[in-house]
Unconditional design. Structure first.
Ligand code: C2E
Ligand code: MG
Ligand code: MG
Length: 559
């Protein structure tokens, strides 16, 4: 053997083997060249390679390959040397070396054995690398690709120049929690796998599905297939049985879709579909939204507001304005509404620009408490300055309804500034949700118990106004400005007047005070007085004013 090992060709063989790299096909090409160099010296006539592996998470396509790596002009199909290899995922590989002449001599046998060991090391390395590459791009719990796989695939379509033939989508499977409720988490995982496979089976060609984790998926689908695909993911049925019970589940999905024109890198795809998904989740009625440049601008604006919100709170950029309310019978100031403004670099941003954003995010609750605190501080200040006390109303978002300690927290703020509870009013808007509605009723009575007034804001624009009036013990009803008859003549004016008068009558009969919001003209005011409305608020009296200005003017209000 030592004689053969000193052979130059053998050292070239080892040199070549060290350099073997690339895909399995490339690697075998290089091995073939290496074997060719030494085949003559070692009596090698033919080399066959076999690879076999079950489909598994590690090798989703399994392996079933058989190829001839090297073949001389003539060989002897007997007396082979066989090397068996077990791959890291439990698969099997085999190299078979056939002699060129009859049989390997003892010495040739040893060399062939040595060569085949080298080959098997390389083979394992290549298989292992394939497995690792696959692990990097596979979501191991579902067996379908993960985000890295998706990005690679998009990169490949960009490189081919075919991406614009597709649309991308980001979707979240709704009601999956129900599966975990019905079965255990372990079974939930199996259903999730079935779901992923089922959705994957809807795709063909270079369409692609990936799981981002949880119930979130992304997909690339041919344009003409998008409508059908979305329909299917919005009504995907699966039947599952764990041996004792059988259930049929129908899953729907929230979907953000984007066209893929003018995309230069995979990150842009994720950006577009995430934006569309965000809109689908928060604003769409049918659970689907399509990316547009306008949506992008809106979402970026929303992100910017949220990104600056906490710093703005710390820097006291939120400022409270006060809009007077006048008692029409006594013809004097009886209260004011606190309305927040965001003063950013000297510019006053109106609430409609940021309140809806903070409402969606939930940060509004923090702001409402802050405004109430500013209100209490102002009341304390005015009290010390000798002003006659008036009731100040603070707007509280519906997002507070999930807070079981809301009343305690409100009371704690009021008490911190030693403000008498009767001078605080909490304005709440109507609720569209029946559960909220019950909570609202309880909240109002809890506030009342604490001596704090509660008013229903924008009355008439919400959902279940009349029921709410009957069941909820509000102290004050603020009739929305859209119900106030206009001062000029128009076709519906008579009807508007009648309706307004009836609302005022009904509210008063139920024992509540009425406030008319948004009064802009003398004629409107006269009409309100005529129908018996108690309190008015609007530009006719004054606009919302900064605290100091309001304090300076408050002794001069009257009709
Ligand atoms: P809102 O509570 O119904 O407040 C009345 C809105 O009508 C205010 O708008 C006020 O400036 C405006 N307004 C008053 N008089 C007139 C009038 O004569 N004509 C017209 N056209 N408008 C009048 P603003 O200040 O822009 O506030 C808009 C909304 O933002 C408020 O409606 C309220 O829903 C919300 N908001 C304001 N501050 C807060 C707050 O601190 N917390 C919460 N949750 N919401 C707030
Ligand atoms: Mg209000
Ligand atoms: Mg209002």
């Amino acid at each position: 053997m030592s004689g053969i090992f000193t052979n130059d060709n053998l050292s070239i063989f080892f040199q070549r083997m060290l350099e073997v790299d690339g895909s399995i096909d490339e690697a075998f090409g290089q091995v073939r060249l290496a074997v060719e160099d030494i085949a003559m010296d070692c009596n090698i006539g033919r080399v066959e390679a076999y690879m076999q592996a079950e489909e598994s998470m590690l090798r989703p396509h399994g392996a079933n390959d058989c190829r001839v790596i090297y073949e001389a002009n003539q060989y002897f199909l007997k007396n082979p040397y066989i090397e068996n290899i077990i791959s890291p995922d439990g698969g099997h590989s085999k190299f078979i070396f056939y002699p060129k002449r009859h049989v390997f001599t003892e010495c040739e046998y040893q060399v062939v054995e040595y060569i085949s060991k080298q080959m098997s090391i390389i083979m394992s390395r290549i298989v292992m690398r394939g497995i690792l590459n696959n692990v990097l791009v596979t979501d191991l719990s579902s067996g379908i690709p993960n985000l890295a796989g998706f990005m690679n695939h998009v990169g490949m379509l960009i490189a081919k120049g075919t991406l614009s033939k597709y649309e991308a989508m980001y979707f979240n499977v709704k009601n999956f929690k129900y599966v975990n409720k019905e079965f255990s988490y372990m079974h939930g995982d199996i259903v999730m796998k079935q779901y992923a496979r089922k959705i994957q089976s809807l795709l063909s060609g270079e369409e692609y599905l990936a799981r981002l984790g949880g119930d979130n998926y992304v997909a690339i689908v041919q344009k003409e297939h998008v409508q059908d695909f979305v329909k299917r993911i919005q009504t995907c049925s699966l039947t599952y049985t764990d041996g004792t019970k059988r259930r049929e589940f129908t899953f729907s999905a929230t979907v953000g879709i984007a066209e893929l024109e003018d995309i230069h890198e995979p990150g842009q795809v994720m950006q577009r579909i995430s934006v569309a998904f965000q809109v689908a989740k928060t604003q769409s009625h049918n659970g689907t939204a399509v990316f547009t440049k306008e949506i992008y601008k809106e979402v970026m604006n929303e992100k910017e507001i949220l990104a600056h919100f906490h710093a703005a709170m710390r820097n006291h950029e939120f400022v409270v304005y006060y809009q007077p309310k006048v008692d029409v019978k006594k013809d004097k100031l009886c209260g004011a509404e606190a309305l927040v403004r965001w003063v950013q670099n000297g510019k006053v941003i109106p609430p409609m620009k940021f309140i809806p954003v903070l409402e969606r995010d939930g940060s509004i609750c923090q702001l409402d408490f802050y405004v109430l605190e500013m209100v209490c501080q102002a009341i304390q200040k005015w009290d010390k300055a000798g002003f006659e006390p008036i009731r100040i109303s603070s707007n509280f978002s519906r997002r507070h309804l999930g807070n079981p300690h809301l009343v305690e927290e409100i009371v704690a703020i009021i008490d911190k500034y030693h403000v008498s509870h009767e001078y605080i009013e909490i304005e709440l808007t109507e609720s569209e949700n029946f559960n909220d509605y019950k909570v609202l009723t309880k909240l109002v009575s809890d506030l009342k118990e604490q001596g704090i007034s509660a008013s229903i804001d924008d009355f008439g624009t919400g959902y279940s106004s009349l029921n709410m009036l009957k069941d909820t013990n509000f102290d004050i009803v603020k009739i929305d400005k859209s119900f106030i008859p206009m001062e000029y003549d128009y076709a519906q004016k008579q009807k508007d007047k009648m309706m307004f008068a009836e609302i005022v009558k009904m509210v008063k009969n139920l024992g509540m005070e009425t406030i008319a919001e948004g009064i802009e003209s003398k004629e409107q005011l006269d009409y309100l007085v005529e129908v018996g409305c108690d309190i008015v608020q609007g530009y006719l009296i004054d606009k919302p004013l900064p605290e100091k200005e309001f304090a300076a003017r408050r002794n001069h209000y009257g009709r």
